[in-house]
Design a protein around this ligand. Structure first.
Ligand code: PEP
Ligand code: CO
Length: 454
């Protein structure tokens, strides 16, 4: 750990700071018992993988690669199924190949997966028909059904969350290691319902061109890329439930400092990025790359201090600034934040989340986002970074490979009346397969082309 953070930090030092968004567990003994068992269980990821991701992110920072971070707003324990995992993996793989092909850059794939179970909420309680209960905070804390028993925070759910994350990760590792990601067999990532998608033929043409180039190179170089070409998928989730994160925080042999071994890349949310707060205190001491969400209320001074606090040694690939302003606000806020960081020469991976600033309710009370607004924020982000001389190194998206109708618009023209047809998210609306692929092609067309050989 960098010296300046090592002195005063401990995995539990967050406990002396104000911690927002935490559940109140009624039974302290039950909580301690769950945490004790959690601390004894093996890690989900390793420090080698975390260091490798940091290294790949430092490449993003230098403008040589691009970060694609995406997945569900919130994973549910019940949705830990073959289909859901494969679909999300397939759409991430397909999007990443569109981005590689369009930009001639490597793509670092990071899922909002295998641990994205805790959600920040705007109030602690919810009232329905004169009954007031604790708010639903994600499947790792309590259940969404509106009954007293379901809403009671239950520490055992942390173990269920850890187990589901382990099952998800185990399946991802087996798929990736077992040939699912083999470029010679792109049919492995096809989604059955996607054959009629507006982007299916563009995608197939691109895959054919990649496969042919690959074969050509293999003949010329007398090699088989299957052996040397490894596809990585890293995991990420919001480090919100701090007792859970603390239990996953461990030292490792022959490396200094502490790692969060429950995920490769934890992030702190927009609601918990307070400099004096417990979440910043927790992330400042771990070795993982850290995502920091920033939004319309973040001042340039706060941003600079956040970077200094979390990355005092200016380690490259360490900080991913995920900005989420909304399409109307980005022009007014982002240039100023960029200027502040540039003045201090802070090493940053800039990443745009065009989802969370663009959420609204329809007149019938359905939470949604419009594809147009999402794309418009992304276009502004590319333009603003280009004008400032900074590199927009990534996107952070809520999406699914499933054929849901949660966001409006896109080429398949999801309309307000369609929203009830296949709305499955329990929290924020996600882009469906068609919308995600369309966005990937649009992003690829906006990305500056890499001119050097990497
Ligand atoms: C999220 O990523 O699901 C989220 C709650 O985002 P933000 O912290 O940006 O509001
Ligand atoms: Co969300």
């Amino acid at each position: 750990m960098p010296k300046s953070n090592a002195e005063s930090w401990q995995p539990n030092s967050w406990q002396s700071k104000p911690a927002t968004q935490q559940p109140v567990y009624a039974n302290a003994q039950a909580l301690e018992s769950a945490l004790q068992r959690l601390r004894r269980l093996p890690p989900l990821v390793t420090s080698w993988e975390i260091e490798s991701l940091k290294n790949q992110l430092s490449d993003v920072q230098r403008g040589n690669s691009f970060l694609l971070q995406g997945g569900d707003c919130s994973e549910n324990l019940e949705d830990c199924s073959t289909d859901a995992i494969v679909r999300n993996l397939k759409v991430l793989m397909q999007m990443s190949f569109v981005l590689i092909h369009g930009s001639m850059r490597r793509v670092v794939r990071v899922g909002r997966i295998a641990g994205q179970y805790a959600k920040p909420r705007s109030s602690d309680f919810e009232t329905r028909n004169e009954l007031t209960l604790p708010v639903y905070r994600g499947d790792i804390v309590n259940r969404s059904e509106f009954t007293t028993a379901d809403r009671e925070p239950n520490p055992e759910l942390m173990l269920r969350g850890y187990e589901r994350a382990a099952l998800t990760l185990n399946f991802i590792r087996s798929l990736i290691g077992g040939g699912f990601a083999d470029l010679h067999h792109p049919e492995n990532w096809e989604l059955d319902f996607a054959t009629n998608s507006s982007r299916a033929s563009d995608y197939r043409a691109m895959v054919q061109s990649i496969t042919q180039s690959l074969k050509f190179m293999e003949v010329v170089l007398s090699t088989n890329f299957r052996e040397s070409y490894g596809v990585d998928i890293f995991t990420s989730h919001e480090a919100l439930l701090l007792s859970y994160e603390e239990a996953q925080t461990r030292g490792v042999p022959r490396r200094p400092g502490y790692y969060n071994l429950g995920t490769h890349m934890p992030w702190i949310g927009y609601r918990t990025n307070d400099l004096q707060g417990a979440h910043v205190e927790y992330v400042r001491g771990i070795q993982n790359p850290i995502g920091i969400k920033v939004g319309p209320q973040t001042s340039s001074q706060q941003l600079v201090e956040l970077c200094r606090t979390i990355n005092p040694e200016n380690e490259p690939g360490k900080i991913i600034l995920i900005h989420r302003f909304g399409h109307k606000q980005i022009d007014g806020v982002l240039p100023n934040l960029i200027a502040g960081v540039q003045q201090q020469k802070l090493p940053i991976v800039w990443c745009c989340d065009p989802m969370h600033g663009n959420t609204f309710m329809t007149s019938s009370g359905i939470k949604t986002r419009s594809f147009e607004n999402v794309f418009s924020e992304l276009v502004s982000a590319f333009d603003i970074h280009r004008d400032a001389g900074t590199y927009l190194g990534g996107v952070h998206l809520e999406l699914t490979g499933d054929n849901v109708t949660e966001c409006l618009g896109g080429a398949s023209e999801v309309a307000e009346l369609d929203l009830t047809r296949a709305y499955k998210s329990t929290v924020d609306p996600r882009l469906n397969y068609d919308q995600a692929m369309e966005l990937a092609f649009l992003i690829a067309s906006k990305m500056p082309k890499s001119t050097t050989r990497k």
